[in-house]
Write a protein that binds this ligand. Sequence first.
Ligand code: KIV
Length: 259
Amino acid sequence: MKKITTKTIKEMKGREKISMLTAYDYPMAKILDEAEIDMILVGDSLGNVVLGYEDTTHVTMADMLHHTKAVSRGAKRALIVADMPFLSYHTGVYDAVKNAGALISEGCANAVKLEGGAEICDTVRAIINAGIPVMGHLGLTPQHINKLGGHGKQAKTEEAAQKLLSDAKALQDAGVFAVVLECIPDELAEKVTKELDIATIGIGAGAKCDGQVLVLYDILGLFKDFTPSFVKKYADLSATVNNAVSQYIEEVKGGVFPQ
Ligand code: KIV
């Protein structure tokens, strides 16, 4: 088993598509790792799909540490990226480095992900200078939901597209090893992918990115509250669990289980 590193991810650009999924706990991380996923994201989508919040702004450092620890115990091969939650990197560079460091030293993640462009580049540089690899995140940035006002496509105007491209270049110059492009037009994602030397990881951004990421519970059909239109469901685990639980209830009530 060869551990995937940020160097591996950089080398995959243009050679092999990169696969990434979210995970939030030990058993799922183990399954993803055994299936040989390239990267596991301990996403702050944790807030929506595991903790039942309406958005990711309620996720704390304590939540992220708790779940990152569980994932890193389960996955030994995949590169583990932990999301820095809302306000964990906005109150000063000192806080940002300290919180990123905790996700590495306590959480045992291999890298952290931050949402934002040029405005966070000083913070990104400080985290990287501390020896912590950083992944960027542009386009739909869910931590800004109250400012954005919805989950729709981003960067639809020429001006917004130019800004996204220059943010991507600024992040690359700051040293990020890859960047997530969420919910942007396919053509823009393709252009960014062509113009950057680092890998782009798309979600709702078309097929031309260097890799793809999705929320695990969306593709498994486990989270039913809201499913983005770009998600492909590979299983309906909600129905499977419902059937198993209904059968168990029936057998307990009917005295069939235990025999
Ligand atoms: O938190 C998350 O799951 C994410 C992905 C949607 C990219 O940031």
